[in-house]
Design a protein around this ligand. Structure first.
Ligand code: NAD
Ligand code: ZN
Length: 360
């Protein structure tokens, strides 16, 4: 097939307070009373009755609180899957992820691996998944990554940081309740919001751009400008709009690709554990030669919100460490091709990458 035939999230609810409908939505999906729903919940909500009292537990259903301090690992997916399979002998009715991109990606990966043999690391790549995932629901509590809508779940494995990209990865159901984002700390709001902004810039300036991606990218970019540069938005409006910007930003890259910032920030994340949102900001800050308009606007946003973008994080690295980051980054061929065209290797040499990393 010359044109890719992509799945989309088939069901979505949007609205403040829509999280209250979770029970109504999932109960018809219960396989039997011995097949629990497993709720993977960001541990930032542990003890937060406002959210957790609304998680509809019945029969053997379980809440597993998970830290988002580190991004998801293939080994973490494997041990969660083992734990879930051992404690639910008549199957799993569904996996419900409640959190930011970290928890959403974990929920997607776990739901795939429950129904597929072997270890998660063997499925990092494109279209390696054989069996459909168990029913899985995404409830974002932080806006920007687009993980709620995308066809991938990004995992760090022993050899690479790469997503499980497959037709079985997207959620069966997403609940978009912007009210759930109300307590996100300001810096995190900005870093993850910039992930969305950078998705737009990379998609809209990429060589893979087409009308499908452009329409979503334009919409998300416009929303980001209103949210991060406008003056008259109410708090609720800003939360609502960022949730939709994230969605559209994710849709924009579905049919194209991200670019230089993502290719380089994956290197930082692999070597230094730098998280995606802040890592993208650290990289993007130095990419004026590739994205002049996008970076200028980014700097305006940083200034307006008085956000700290770290520098000097590569200052102490030795040559072998630079090499590791460069290897990870150069491995992301489609990203470079999207950003710079088929002849990207003429522009991006190992030396060029090293000089860019040295600025960060
Ligand atoms: P995150 O999920 O790592 O969370 C960042 C921090 O915000 C954590 O400390 C978390 O506890 C906290 N947090 C989340 N919701 C909160 C709330 N409502 N109130 C207070 N604190 C809250 O951050 P992220 O930027 O959303 O996700 C990053 C991850 O997403 C990375 O692992 C990245 O690889 C992945 N990602 C995936 C895709 C995809 O398409 N699948 C796209 C981009 C990024
Ligand atoms: Zn991203």
């Amino acid at each position: 097939m010359s044109y890719r035939n992509f799945p989309m999230v088939p069901r979505v609810v949007f609205g403040r307070g829509s999280f209250n409908q979770l029970e109504e939505i999932i109960s018809p999906k219960r396989l039997n009373v011995n097949a629990p729903f497993i709720f993977l919940v960001d541990d930032v909500f542990k003890g937060n009755a406002w959210l957790t009292s609304r998680i509809p537990l019945a029969y053997d259903d379980k809440v597993l609180y998970i830290s988002a301090n580190e991004e998801p690992k293939t080994s973490q997916v494997d041990s969660l899957v083992e734990e879930i399979i051992l404690t639910s002998r008549q199957g799993t009715s569904g996996i419900i992820g409640i959190g930011g991109g970290t928890i959403l990606d974990l929920a997607k990966a776990v739901s795939i691996m429950i129904n597929n043999e072997g270890e998660a690391k063997n499925y990092q790549g494109w279209d390696l998944v054989k069996n459909p995932a168990v029913y899985h629901v995404g409830v974002p509590t932080l806006s920007g990554t687009g993980a709620e809508v995308s066809r991938t779940c990004v995992l760090t494995g022993p050899e690479k940081k790469l997503g499980i990209n497959s037709d079985y990865t997207p959620f069966d159901q997403v609940i978009l309740d912007p009210e759930l984002t109300k307590d996100v700390p300001k810096n995190q709001w900005f870093y993850t919001g910039m992930d969305c902004y950078i998705h737009c810039v990379e998609s809209l300036t990429g060589t893979f751009l087409n009308a499908f991606s452009r329409s979503y990218g334009d919409m998300a970019l416009q929303l980001c400008k209103e949210i991060f540069l406008g003056d008259n938005l109410s708090v609720n409006d800003a939360q609502d709009k960022l949730m939709m910007a994230s969605w559209h930003g994710g849709m924009s890259i579905a049919y194209s690709q991200v670019g230089v910032a993502h290719a380089m920030s994956y290197g930082l994340s692999y070597l230094l554990g730098t998280k995606h949102g802040i890592g993208n900001c650290i990289v993007f800050d130095q990419l004026g030669e590739f994205y002049p308009e996008g970076v200028a606007l980014f700097k305006d946003m940083v200034k307006k919100h008085d956000i700290y973008i770290p520098t000097g994080i590569c200052a102490h690295l030795d040559d072998s460490e630079f090499d590791k980051m460069i290897n990870i980054s150069l491995g992301l061929v489609p990203l470079w091709e999207n950003a710079l065209g088929k002849n990207w290797q003429k522009i991006i040499t190992r030396e060029k990458l090293k000089s860019l990393y040295k600025k960060m």
